[in-house]
Design a protein around this ligand. Structure first.
Ligand code: RIB
Length: 326
């Protein structure tokens, strides 16, 4: 078996953004002008997840769209540094951007300007079918056009791979066609509530979600994705896992919680992305292990990412994770 086969292969289809970040004591309210500490760095849910998957040890291809500008050049440089197999459409639009506020508790709010990300076409995804065919796991989010996500998942499924959907951001629409092609979905509290309601489920309060009892949460997850597994990431409350009947992915229980890792968070930007990239890498590396083991790995990986500022730049390596948690 070749080295890259041992590592497992992941394809991430998604966004790259230049993040403009202001750290300040409290998130701004309407009408307020506040002073914060500014920094900029690489981000975009797709790039963050691809970087996480690569640093977690998977041979990772990243299919994206970049502008012909400084942001695009930075993406190429960083991808090379992390050994990412970058497959970038060259767009006439500017590279994607995000404006991010981070408060003293490490919480954030984010607004994105899609730019080149909106140009990532199903046809371009189709040009990289060989990468999708070779991957054990295809991972995507909703910062790229829906039809491109569908094209990626359809191809990955045809080739026998698993599909992992991070239905983020919360205001993005995932069609029935995309849900039908999804094996595992990984929303956070806000994304879960938004997507559940869009699919005809109950209107739930994201702030109260972690406090629901397990059986009720499981029932809501089944409503979101009847045929697949759902992992709701719950920040400090860890995460909740729910499997479809008869498809427990090596776990003993149909639903359970995994506690958050003990970390000192300074910036949660990209923590969900860290979770997704690490989960994809773990699943690709060892598809026969119990799903819960992979989730525990991803929870620790995400926790460690919050101890550093930034998004893609904050992703730890597999070695750092093992040194910290054993
Ligand atoms: O999930 C965090 C990411 O969301 C940021 O890096 C920003 O670019 C947006 O895509």
């Amino acid at each position: 078996m070749s080295d890259s086969a041992n590592k497992g292969r992941v394809v991430v289809v998604g966004s790259f953004n230049i993040d403009h970040v202001w750290a300040l004591p409290a998130l701004p309210r309407p009408g307020e002008t506040l002073a914060g500490t500014y920094h900029t760095g690489p981000g975009g849910k797709g790039f963050n997840q691809a970087t996480a998957a690569a640093r977690a040890g998977a041979a990772t291809a990243f299919v994206c769209a970049l502008g012909d500008d400084a942001g695009g050049r930075l993406a190429r440089e960083l991808a090379a540094g992390d050994g990412l197999d970058l497959r970038a459409l060259r767009s006439a639009e500017p590279t994607g951007t995000a404006g991010i506020y981070v408060d003293a508790d490490g919480r954030n709010t984010i607004v994105i300007g899609p730019g080149a990300n909106a140009e990532l076409s199903p046809a371009f995804v189709g040009e990289h079918a060989a990468a999708l065919d070779a991957a054990q796991v295809a991972l995507t989010q909703l910062e790229t056009p829906l039809e491109s996500a569908i094209a990626a998942f359809a191809r990955a499924r045809d080739a026998g791979g698993s599909t992992l959907l991070n239905p983020a951001p919360a205001d993005a629409v995932a069609s029935d066609a995309l849900w039908a092609l999804t094996d595992i979905a990984t929303p956070n509290e806000t994304e879960f509530c938004a997507q559940l309601q869009r699919r005809g489920g109950d209107a739930l309060d994201p702030d109260a979600l972690a406090g629901l009892d397990d059986a009720a949460l499981h029932a809501h997850c089944r409503r979101l994705l009847a045929h697949g597994s759902v992992v709701i990431t719950l920040g400090k409350s860890g995460c909740f896992v729910s499997h479809a009947n008869g498809a427990l992915r090596g776990d003993a229980q149909a639903f359970y919680r995994v506690a958050a890792a003990a970390v000192k968070a300074i910036d949660t930007t990209g923590a969900g992305d860290a979770f997704n990239g690490a989960l994809a890498a773990a699943l690709a590396r060892d598809p026969d292990a119990a799903f819960g083991e992979h989730v525990r790995y991803a929870v620790r990986f995400a926790g460690l990412s919050t101890e550093r500022a930034g998004a893609a730049a904050a992703m730890p390596s597999d070695a750092e994770l093992r040194a910290r948690f054993g």
